[in-house]
Design a protein around this ligand. Structure first.
Ligand SMILES: Cc1cc2nc3c(=O)[nH]c(=O)nc-3n(C[C@H](O)[C@H](O)[C@H](O)COP(=O)(O)OP(=O)(O)OC[C@H]3O[C@@H](n4cnc5c(N)ncnc54)[C@H](O)[C@@H]3O)c2cc1C
Ligand code: SF4
Length: 517
């Protein structure tokens, strides 16, 4: 017998976990299918060598590049999805990101909804994910209906010093929005201990506001919510008309199972959501489910990212470094006609994680050990928007495997941002030529594999000929199918994507509650 549910949600990360949370008190029967398991709580959670060098929490999945060459993508299949490892920098897209923006290599298209439309759900997502921040410091941010729920995470002295220097030089540094459960006013009772192993690591004490801890765990034990782990969805079946998904096919413990849901929400992450739809081709949907527009899998984006370590003669004893952001180059300036992107901090370098990069590091100060180098580094993360290019796409082969074709865009803007970044360093006492690439973070040695910010493979829009989903993230061509992860992004902006996926899941959750009422 096929088990039936009111709602089946595939994937428990930023999109799926948040959607499950949003629907849980509707009384509807919800099945949450997750291909991974709970991330084990173990000392290795906070050890650089297993996390960065051994890739302990990276899935064993294989994807293929445009030449059919196998690579291991930086994906994390756990309850909570990629948020288990994320840096919890929970940014809103800027109002300008929702409109059309001209870039060096083309147009970043407008969204069918505006910042004002999204604002109420951004506020709700910030409350849910306990975002710490300080409104009013960053001139690019949009209007808010309520303040951040928590005060900004304070800068440690080195970052405070850098921030002061930047303000003196005329920049607008701001406290980065951050989803950690830190109560600085009452440290003895704070869940978060403000440690150095946050960005890119799982949180051993469950103090990171990730989708497992915040969204999924509180639902466990509810009679109307069922979480099935190690349950990989392989395919969706429809009726003959192709208008209704009638079966969710799952591979679990070597067996195939089929579940039925009145509503089916695919939230498997941008590449895997496209894979599920493409692998569900049938007579009514010969090119993949909901793919009459031929847009499923296309427009894959994942940001132009650079992690860099700026070295200084003085030591940097910062513990939790991800507290500062700079958006002075986010939009065009009087000197440059295109948006260049966002600069923020990344987790503090540490000798264990840098080990593979030793040869690169020794030129700056040959007498330094690796741990000296790590001690002296201040670590930054530079993000430039990449464009939704139709040829950048996920396809699947006969065995159903993911093939990823991607060529970067906006290289000129990337160079511009890096140039501006180096000027900034000169204002902060760090020399512009003492900058190293930090490839271990997000596996940036193999650019395709660093797919942490993947998005765009099922974009939403008003025109079924050019988009996969409507404004509610329902597939144009299927009545009960939704895609509710970062796949829906028509463009990606240049800030981290998770808060937008969470806010959107709350938005779609409200729509579904109305639909099912
Ligand atoms: C190291 C790292 C650092 C990051 N830092 C930040 C940050 O600071 N700020 C930020 O905004 N973003 C950050 N991100 C990105 C952020 O985590 C993602 O944008 C976000 O989690 C995407 O949400 P999602 O719902 O689309 O996918 P995910 O959160 O990845 O969830 C997808 C889920 O679907 C499951 N799944 C996949 N296929 C199937 C299937 N066939 N059947 C069943 N389940 C399936 C997966 O196991 C996973 O649990 C980071 C990511 C990484 C890896
Ligand atoms: S800084 Fe806080 S949230 Fe991050 S890993 Fe440490 S204890 Fe966890």
């Amino acid at each position: 017998m096929t088990e039936s549910y009111d709602v089946i949600i595939i994937g428990s990360g930023a999109g799926g976990g948040t959607l499950a949370h949003a629907l849980a008190d509707s009384g509807k029967n919800i099945l949450l299918l997750e291909r991974g398991d709970f991330l084990p709580r173990e000392l290795e959670n906070w050890e650089a060598h297993p996390v960065f060098v051994k890739g302990r929490y990276i899935s064993k999945d294989s994807w293929y590049d445009r030449d059919g060459k196998k690579f291991q993508p930086q994906v994390h299949y756990f309850v909570g999805g990629a948020t288990k490892l994320y840096g919890a920098a929970l940014y809103r897209l800027r109002p300008g990101d929702f409109g059309e923006l001209k870039h060096a290599d083309g147009i970043s298209p407008a969204w069918p909804l505006s910042y004002a439309d999204f604002e109420p759900w951004y506020s709700r997502a910030e409350r849910m994910y306990q975002v710490h921040g300080n409104a009013g410091e960053d001139p690019t941010e949009g209007p808010r209906s309520e303040p951040y729920p928590w005060p900004a995470v304070s800068h440690e002295p080195r970052l405070e010093h850098i921030s002061d220097k930047l303000v003196k030089a005329g920049y607008h540094p701001f406290h980065a929005p951050c989803g950690i459960m830190l109560n600085e006013a009452d440290r003895p009772h704070s869940t978060c201990i403000r440690c150095a192993t946050c960005d890119g690591y799982p949180c051993l004490v469950h103090a990171k506001a990730d989708a497992e801890v915040i969204a999924v765990r509180p639902l466990l034990g509810r009679p109307n919510v069922t979480l099935l782990r190690q349950a990989e969805v392989t395919r969706l079946e429809t009726d003959d008309s192709g208008l209704v998904v009638t079966g969710v096919v799952v591979s679990r413990q070597g067996e195939q199972e089929v579940y039925r849901g009145d509503i089916v929400a695919v939230c498997a992450g941008a590449a895997n959501s496209a894979k599920i739809l493409l692998n569900s081709a049938n007579d009514a949907h010969p090119h993949g489910l909901a793919n009459g527009s031929d847009q499923v899998g296309r427009n894959y984006m994942f940001h132009n990212c650079k992690a860099v370590a700026a070295l200084a003669k003085e030591e940097n004893d910062t513990v939790f470094q991800k507290t500062l952001g700079i958006n002075d180059f986010y939009f065009p300036t009087k000197d440059y006609q295109y948006p260049a992107g966002n600069i923020q901090m990344v987790g503090k370098s540490n000798a264990e994680a840098m080990r593979g990069e030793e040869p690169d590091l020794t030129w700056f100060a040959p007498e330094w050990t690796l741990s000296d180098t790590a001690k002296h580094s201040v670590d930054f993360w530079l993000t430039t928007e990449d464009l939704p290019v139709p040829e950048n796409r996920v396809t699947t082969d006969r065995e159903g495997n993911i093939h990823l074709t991607y060529s970067p865009s906006n290289g000129e803007e990337v160079d511009r941002l890096y140039g501006e970044f180096k000027k900034i360093l000169n204002h902060t006492g760090m020399a512009a030529h003492h900058v190293l690439r930090k490839n271990f973070y997000m596996d940036m040695d193999i650019p395709l594999a660093g797919c942490a910010h993947q998005a765009g493979t099922c974009r939403f829009g008003t025109d079924p000929a050019t988009s996969v989903l409507d404004a509610n993230c329902k597939a144009h061509e299927v009545d009960n199918l939704y895609v509710v992860d970062t796949s829906f992004f028509p463009s990606i902006g240049a800030v981290n994507p998770a808060l937008t996926a969470m806010a959107n899941a709350l938005r779609v959750g409200d729509h579904l509650r109305e639909r099912m009422a």
